[in-house]
Design a protein around this ligand. Structure first.
Ligand code: FE
Ligand code: MN
Length: 362
């Protein structure tokens, strides 16, 4: 007999079936779960997704709130070298394409594939944050007076950017449209997509430029751009965590995906991603300049890639690799990611707090 709750209001009687509600909850799954348009978030099955959504919202920022006067003065002045301008151009050029690619994949592949409403909720926020990041680049381009056609042509004409983009988009096209996710091969395609976007791209291939631009920021160069990249990085650390949790839950619910061969395949993909990122770093920094060396940045990528692999339970590629930039670990998010669920992010949750941290460091 099913358990019911009866309400009598005036001359009407309403009977609510508790078992049906519980069955709906039990059918919440990462994929192949109950399909609904109701967006019934409660009761939560994936508590982490809702917590992450709240954290992401608390980190909200708007590009226009960040002053660019100093950046504009520096851009035109003698105190900035050509190599420093080139790093900024590569940053604006690469990320203009990359943010859009991630947002598009989250909306049209990952958010389409998952079935639990709280997962769709946090992925909607993820896509929105990629829009904010893309818009911050529009703001940088127009503030500095860069030629937008030049930024656009960087996607195709700089071979290392084109290759990084092709590496991720090829794992996205196969997953468009109606895909039967009861098939093992398609489950693996989705898992691979989550790994490539979360751990290889956002988790590793974003970090060469993040490091370079934040090195300039640390030297008091381009404070507005640096601030926006810091906010972006804080968001990216949540995206990496989101796609990591999603992959882990997908694997837990579909353990047949996680074969030895498949794990080896993911590790190979990371190796490819690291190679592409190292080539890209050498294009960003063709000569050593202003305290920045390409060798240190490539070593940094080895270090970051291994943290990502370990995060999803895979063996590192360069065991023992050291972080050549300990200061960057503080400014970046490694610690914060580890502390994420201990709730120690409050100091980052307000723009004023972030500025205060920055002032202390200078
Ligand atoms: Fe982004
Ligand atoms: Mn992102």
């Amino acid at each position: 007999m099913s358990e019911t709750q009866t309400y009598t209001i005036g001359d009407k009687t309403f009977v609510l079936n508790k078992d049906k509600a519980e069955a709906a909850f039990a059918a919440k799954k990462v994929i192949n779960g109950r399909q609904t348009m109701y967006f019934n978030i409660l009761p939560l099955k994936y508590q982490w997704a809702y917590n992450l959504y709240k954290n992401m919202k608390a980190n909200h920022w708007e590009p226009e709130d960040i002053p660019m006067q100093k950046d504009c003065e520096q851009w035109r002045s003698e105190e900035i070298t050509d190599i420093e301008r080139w790093i900024i151009k590569m940053g604006v050029g690469y990320f203009s394409a990359a943010e859009g690619i991630v947002g598009d994949n989250i909306l049209h592949v990952v958010r389409e594939a998952v079935t639990a409403p709280e997962l769709k909720l946090v992925l909607g926020r993820h896509a929105h944050e990629e829009n904010i990041h893309a818009d911050s680049l529009v703001y940088m381009i127009s503030s500095l007076g860069l030629n937008p056609h030049e930024c656009e042509s960087m996607f195709d004409d700089i071979e290392t950017i084109e290759k990084k983009n092709a590496f991720v988009t090829k794992t996205s096209w196969d997953l468009r449209g109606d895909l039967d996710l009861t098939l093992l091969e398609n489950k693996k395609l989705l898992a691979r997509n989550m790994f490539v976007f979360g751990q290889c791209m956002e988790g590793t291939q974003f970090y060469g430029l993040f490091g370079m631009i934040l090195s300039l920021y640390r030297q008091n160069k381009f404070p507005g751009i640096g601030q926006m990249f810091r906010y972006t990085l804080r968001d990216e650390s949540n995206h990496i965590e989101l796609l990591r949790n999603l992959l882990m839950d997908l694997v837990e619910e579909n353990p047949e995906i996680w074969t030895e061969d498949f794990r080896a395949e993911l590790r190979e993909l990371m190796k490819e991603a690291v190679g592409l990122e190292k080539d890209f770093i050498r294009d960003c920094l063709p000569v050593n300049a202003v305290g920045l060396s390409a060798d240190e940045f490539t070593q940094y990528i080895d270090y970051i890639a291994d943290r990502r692999l370990e995060g999803v339970g895979l063996e590192p590629l360069s065991p023992g690799a050291k972080n050549p930039f300990p200061w960057l670990a503080e400014m970046m998010d490694i610690q914060k990611e580890q502390n994420f669920f201990e709730g120690r992010v409050t100091e980052y949750q307000k723009a004023s707090a972030l500025t205060a941290v920055h002032d202390d460091e200078l």
